[in-house]
Design a protein around this ligand. Structure first.
Ligand SMILES: CC(C)(COP(=O)(O)OP(=O)(O)OC[C@H]1O[C@@H](n2cnc3c(N)ncnc32)[C@H](O)[C@@H]1OP(=O)(O)O)[C@@H](O)C(=O)NCCC(=O)NCCS
Length: 154
């Protein structure tokens, strides 16, 4: 049994929280958008069943505490705008990978920086991680800009 619990985190404008089955439509809206999936290693979703499957996998991960998978919600409206994951944990060297996506309507407002900063703070301080890695397409300039601002090095 791992100990990578997904808690509720709050920032000035966002709530990071576990996904629930009622998030399926909002999650589908994010991951069915070709702009969001442009540099993702999968095709855009074409059916809400993909969202339901992803939520089922998240619920399994919560049960085993094997991965941290946040839904990212706007604090004011409660709209689910994306996800942030800490996954691929290696307990022995206390490292993991970071994954994230926001719906394109919410890009360029600093939300990714705000959400990732809270998730990394949780990872380094509460989970006592030693290293977090992000694997990005080199053409994904927005993603690279966010990571560099957060202190990641190539
Ligand atoms: C990557 C992503 C999460 C960034 O979200 P965001 O909320 O727009 O990020 P922020 O607003 O916090 O910061 C974006 C930064 O990138 C910069 N940026 C945005 N588009 C850019 C582009 N095409 N070229 C260069 N920089 C760009 C912005 O100017 C901003 O930097 P600044 O604040 O210094 O000006 C979002 O674009 C996304 O979900 N993309 C699709 C999924 C994805 O690619 N995920 C990452 C997989 S590794």
């Amino acid at each position: 049994m791992s100990n990578y619990v997904t808690p509720i985190l709050t920032t000035d404008r966002l709530t990071l929280r576990p996904l629930t089955r009622s998030d399926a439509d909002d999650l589908y809206a994010v991951f069915s958008d070709p702009a969001v999936m442009r540099y993702w290693s999968a095709e855009p979703w074409t059916s809400v069943a993909s969202a339901e499957k992803a939520i089922s996998q998240a619920l399994d991960a919560y049960r085993d505490a094997s991965e941290v998978r946040f839904g990212v919600e706007l604090a004011q409206s409660g709209i689910l705008v994306g996800t942030v994951n800490l996954h691929h944990f290696f307990g022995q060297n206390r490292r993991c990978e970071l994954g994230y996506a926001l719906g394109s309507a919410w890009w360029g407002k600093g939300y990714a920086t705000e959400a990732l900063s809270a998730a990394l703070d949780y990872g380094f301080h509460e989970l006592r991680l030693n290293r977090v890695e992000a694997d990005i397409d080199p053409r994904n300039a927005a993603s690279a800009a966010v990571l560099e601002r957060l202190g990641f090095r190539k």
